[in-house]
Design a protein around this ligand. Structure first.
Ligand code: B12
Ligand code: SF4
Length: 562
């Protein structure tokens, strides 16, 4: 019996990669090499990754297996159709088919839902006997012990940056709403025996490998043992980890000592409201800069993932995020558009709110807007994203992020050049019109005279003196968000306002006016101390109107008369 396993190419005008790019930055997934390893030895099995070589549709085979992420689905279905026209049965598995098995079944003879380890041999037997079932789903997740080593020998070694890939764990202890891993593996996080991983790594040629885990440090005890055992092998490795790794100095040090040279870390957003909204509050915004520094201090390169289009993102998010990357010298920023993947909590929410624009899966690629954003129009989100991708890999930005004395300087520059070649293919975008304004309106204004401030204690009660032991904040913080759909700028003030602070605030508010903005809502609820002069000044300038229908609408203003 002969089996051909196929990884469909993603055919898109600018997101699909050229052979050169694949050679420079891609590593091979372990999907088909794992399936091949699970195939009984008496069966001839071959792999075609259509990204690097064409499919022979005339080949004489008995069974075709196709995999695919969401945006590969249309191409996977085309491939299936071509083989089925010749009477060759096709089976499909992978993230997309596992989420939408009924849809996949319309195009193939059999669908494997979830992991293949416990069903693949049986499926092959059924295929031999001409009695394929429509669906195969293992009753439980497979054991992580004794997994066969992936058949890397079946890949075209010269086509990728590396084919040296291994997996140490499956799943992730977290459950971020947008992530498919949680849907696929449920709440499980399973680790392979360290001995087996070490044996597999030893067999890999060369001194660099990629652990394709979703979160290599999800179980600290396991990770510590793994890293300790990796040390003597003197390999260099890259992987993915959640931010929690950066908070464990011992683990981070061990990772570096064991050869970790780069980590993909899902930062996702600089807004704690966004992170909370997608169940990712364990990324703590106030610790982000420190976390990036901790990774850099161990000379580990950071590939930071950011998502644009979350519900609390306004049009200031693109510039803010890019400046964060530059300030924190993030070597390889990776920007994605929020993409609701079928099966995820995010998809369910977007669908129930009627916010999905369509279900053309080929567009669900992380670089095309496929849903209605909350605070922006689709156009603004798409253009802002395009701008960030291009600007993030402009020479100016690369210079700010990587040009300073550090180890592996050339590796950092070369990877940026490779990423730049992809970023340049992004269609033109623009920095949204209000971006600059929003940067100034999300800032901290230092105060000059906090001694005479009146403390605000409750809704109505105001005391002339500060409460015992309490000190008025010596800054005024501005948090602003622009809702493009409502054409309204919301400004939340936090801290204290003295006369000078009020003057600066008034200046910024006037400067924020733009033809786009039809209303500015000023919220004083979190102003804990103020001077009456400050309030009088703001009132005289017209910022404290409370009537609806005006340009300025103030809410929760301190009551200076009580
Ligand atoms: C490595 C990886 C990558 C690499 C891929 C490199 C390459 N050469 O393609 C990189 C980093 C480039 C990448 C990019 C992206 N990725 Co990715 N990636 C992964 C990752 C971490 C590991 C894949 C892997 O090797 N797994 C190990 C194998 C053994 O597991 P498996 O693939 O699931 O296969 C098992 C079963 O699914 C089943 N099976 C799978 N296929 C088939 C086929 C048949 C016939 C059968 C019988 C069974 C079967 O059997 C296997 C053994 O049990 C997965 C997460 C994960 N845990 O799988 C995400 C994942 C696949 N990626 C994902 C996404 C979204 C992307 C991006 C779109 C991200 C983005 N927004 O840009 C891009 C798209 C890139 C592209 N153009 O193709 C999602 C897919 C979700 C979905 N529903 O489609 C995943 C699940 C991650 C996530 N957080 O949600 N990715
Ligand atoms: S931490 Fe990463 S891998 Fe884990 S659920 Fe969240 S996004 Fe997915």
């Amino acid at each position: 019996m002969k089996i051909r396993l196929i990884d469909p190419a993603y055919q898109h005008p600018y997101i699909s990669h050229s052979q050169k790019v694949i050679k420079n930055i891609w590593f091979a997934r372990l999907t088909l090499t794992t399936l091949a390893a699970l195939t009984p030895p008496d069966i001839e099995v071959k792999i075609t990754d259509e990204n690097v070589e064409p499919i022979d549709f005339e080949e004489d085979v008995d069974l075709v297996g196709v995999t695919g992420m969401i945006m590969h689905a249309p191409r996977a279905y085309e491939i299936a159709q071509r083989f089925r026209q010749r009477g060759i049965p096709v089976v499909m598995g992978g993230p997309h088919a596992s989420s939408l098995p009924l849809e996949a079944k319309e195009h193939v003879d059999a669908v494997v839902i979830g992991e293949a380890e416990n069903v693949w041999e049986g499926l092959i037997e059924d295929s031999k006997n001409g009695c394929l079932k429509p669906f195969y789903k293992a009753e439980a997740f497979c054991s992580m012990e004794g997994l066969p080593f992936p058949r890397l020998d079946l890949l075209r070694k010269d086509a990728y940056m590396t084919i040296n890939c291994a997996q140490t764990t499956r799943g992730c202890p977290h459950q971020c709403d947008f992530c498919h891993v949680t849907h696929f593996f449920g709440k499980t996080y399973r680790c392979r025996p360290v001995d087996e991983v070490i044996e597999e790594v030893k067999r890999l040629e060369g001194d660099f490998l990629v652990f394709i885990d979703d979160n290599i440090a999800g179980n600290r005890r396991y990770a510590k043992e793994l890293f300790t055992r990796l040390k003597p092998l003197k390999k260099q490795w890259a992987s993915q980890a959640s931010m929690t790794l950066t908070r464990d100095p011992e683990l981070l040090k061990l990772a570096a000592e064991s050869g970790c040279v780069s980590l993909f870390i899902g930062v996702e957003s600089l807004s704690s409201e966004n992170l909370k909204d997608v169940n990712k509050s364990f990324n703590q915004v106030h610790q982000l800069e420190e976390a990036m520094k901790a990774v850099h201090d161990h000379d580990i390169m950071v590939l930071a993932g950011f998502i644009f289009g979350l519900d609390y993102d306004d049009e200031g998010v693109f510039e803010r995020t890019l400046r964060f990357c530059e300030r924190n010298r993030i070597e390889l920023p990776s920007f994605f558009l929020l993409t609701p993947l079928p099966g995820t909590a995010l998809f369910q929410r977007m669908e129930s709110e009627g916010r999905l624009l369509h279900k053309d899966w080929s567009q669900y690629n992380g670089a095309t807007v496929v849903f209605k954003p909350r605070l922006m129009t689709e156009e603004t989100l798409q253009h802002g994203f395009n701008w960030a991708c291009k600007e993030g890999y402009s020479w100016g930005s690369i210079f700010k992020r990587v040009f300073h004395p550090q180890q592996r300087f050339f590796t950092r520059v070369l990877s940026n050049i490779a990423y730049r070649s992809i970023a340049q293919k992004t269609p033109e975008g623009y920095l949204p019109r209000l971006s600059r304004i929003l940067q100034r309106m999300n800032d901290t204004i230092p105060l000059q005279n906090t001694r005479d401030l009146i403390q605000r204690v409750g809704e109505k009660i105001v005391e002339k003196k500060l409460l015992l032991g309490q000190k008025a904040a010596d800054t005024l913080k501005l948090y602003s968000v622009y809702n493009e759909r409502l054409k309204t700028l919301f400004v939340r003030l936090e801290g204290s306002i003295d006369r000078e602070g009020a003057k600066e605030l008034a200046k910024r508010l006037k400067g924020a006016l733009h033809v786009e903005i039809q209303k500015v809502v000023l919220d004083f609820n979190d102003v804990r101390a103020f001077s009456s002069e400050a309030i009088t000044l703001l009132s005289r300038k017209g910022f404290l109107q409370t009537e609806e229908g005006k340009l300025w609408v103030a809410v929760n203003i301190p009551n200076i008369r009580s």
